[in-house]
Design a binder for this molecule. Structure first.
Ligand SMILES: [Cu+2]
Length: 107
């Protein structure tokens, strides 16, 4: 592969990864496309003021591979009683590229 091709791959790929793991403004056209996934993983850090948490999550089939990332949570109450290191499972709602945890419990 030529250096210019590598450059363009990086330019295209890096924003895709960033968009994939952060929330973005829903586009009107795909606002209806809501999907739910089960998510399992280990709590890395809690940010109840956002509210959000960093998870070391397992593969989410059809969505993404195992990785460490931050997820927004629907309600700070979902984070109550959790500590870093806890194994958790829950539900992840994906709506036009925006991820939000709607259910979370220790397991
Ligand atoms: Cu991820």
């Amino acid at each position: 592969m030529k250096a210019t091709q590598v450059f363009w791959l990086m330019v295209l790929f890096v924003p895709m990864v960033l968009v994939g793991c952060t929330s973005s403004e829903p586009k009107p056209a795909d606002r209806a496309a809501v999907k739910e996934y089960s998510v399992k993983g280990k709590v890395v850090a809690l940010e109840p003021e956002k509210p959000a948490l960093k998870l070391d999550h397992e593969d989410i089939p059809g969505l993404m591979k195992a990785m460490q990332m931050e997820f927004r949570v629907q309600d700070a109450k979902l984070l109550e009683g959790l500590r870093p290191g806890d194994e958790v499972q829950g539900k992840l709602r994906v709506e036009s590229g925006s991820y939000i945890i709607t259910q979370l419990e220790k397991h």
